[in-house]
Design a protein around this ligand. Sequence first.
Ligand code: ADA
Length: 564
Amino acid sequence: MIRMFEQHRHRRQRELEGFWDFSKVTSKTIPQKYEKKLFVPGCWENEPNLITYRGYGVYRKIIEVETKSNLRLIFKGVSHTADVYFDGIKIGHHYNAFTEFSIILPSVVKGIHELVVIADNSFSEASALHVPNDYYCYGGIVRPVVLEEIEDVYIKNIRFTPKYQDGVWYADIEVCLENISDIHRSINLDLYLDDELISKRLTVDIEPRAQAAFTLTNKFEKVQAWEQAFPKLYRLKANVLDGELVIDDFIERVGFREIKVKGSKLFLNGHQIFIKGFNRHEDHMGFGCALPTQLAANDLAMVKDMHANSIRTSHYPNDERFLDMCDELGIFVWEENHARGLTLEQMQNPNFEKQCEDCIDEMIFSHYNHPSIIIWGILNECASDEPKGRAMYAKQFAQIKSLDKSRPLTFATCRHFTDICLDLVDIVSVNLYFGWYGQEESAEEIEKSYLEELAWIQKAGGAGKPLIISEFGAGAFWGYHTPTNSKWSEERQAQILDRTLSVYLKRPEIAGTYIWQFSDCRITEGKMATSRPRTMNNKGIVDEYRRPKMAYATVKEHYSNHSG
Ligand code: ADA
């Protein structure tokens, strides 16, 4: 499945799902023969003898082209670096498992062709973001691959920015087109919202081998807002016409909603909201990071069952089908670029800034229209207490603001009492593990520790801003019970969640909470593994197979009792 809705009725598009030829290789070379077949999308770690494989893997798919055409390949996620070849010729390269990239092949002749992808999940200086960490860096073509046939002029993407003015909804609509031919082209554009024609035969001129954007602002008097309880979605469709013939189309799914920060609160469509959330890694023991949509849907069913209303995509851009489902279910999303816990030295890797910049560009290019995304985040627990680190935070926030002025910005800090970036954000977010790291703390002691942190935050640039407790929680092994609530028991985890939630959910200055974390997840071997039994992060409210721990009922009780 490519998306949770139909994106094209005219453009020919198919997913290259299924078995591809596969071989491990010791260098980035295309082998003469292939060892086996691997399913795409998927992680190679799900192969019994590749569970811990770190290196290069070569995938091959034979493609039959019926008539000479322009092909467009879209890779939704290759982990973590991809080198792409077509009929033995290198046609593309991409870094980062969590953002999509596309490649155009003009005038491919009729016949049989060979598509090869060399995936690389190794650790080296070339990879500043995929590093040994408290989540696993899987290998493979982990998200869908899409093959399209496009005309010389096609729609690259559509951006939809809703705004509410004087009791009426408007939207800025930008249609970006590309002309891959060598001649000037003039086309017509029709725009529809659902089946209502909102703009007819707009003429767009595009120079050879260039892009052109058409923008308009439209008033929508009869639409319903996208709300948590009634997440109304509309199909925004653009048709490209050559004369009277539709030669391309593009359908996006949009919602009319505005997210604003007013004082220390968050407002959706003019009314205050409170975030009751989970941090969630895209991870499952049976699928790695390549979660089937049904499994992601099951995750969201449990999130809603616990009366939560938000997911933080810790710590990278998520699968767009998951975001599609959040749009449909009215689940708020804090999406963030790809980074976790990087030191200043790691942030000074020569590849770091470009890899972050690309990740932000690609994240916002692909996910801009999701009404569920209400917050953009960056650089979880990186060096925000260092002047050189601050410069990189400021640069990335400026980049996001240049791409999207409609959403508030934040980052989750753990630089307690030393952070120097809180003035850069619209929302202050802090990761706290009172009661877990360090000694046991009663609810009263947790509140005392929290108030000390709050006093510092308010002096350090956070005063008057919404405050989100972006991480808090405790570890537990599913099925481990003790009469003494010992550490790692389900009882102890439930007790710590009960104490922390009882403090945070009653504090007037807190605008939201994200529990760390929804489910247990695999981590990479290395320095963290000594404090991560089973080489897992065991702080899930459900385990890696989604089996609920005792804390599930605790969270459900607290979140259901909070009216936000
Ligand atoms: C940090 C980090 C998370 C996870 C968590 C933990 O806050 O942001 O990714 O590592 O700690 O489990 O300790």
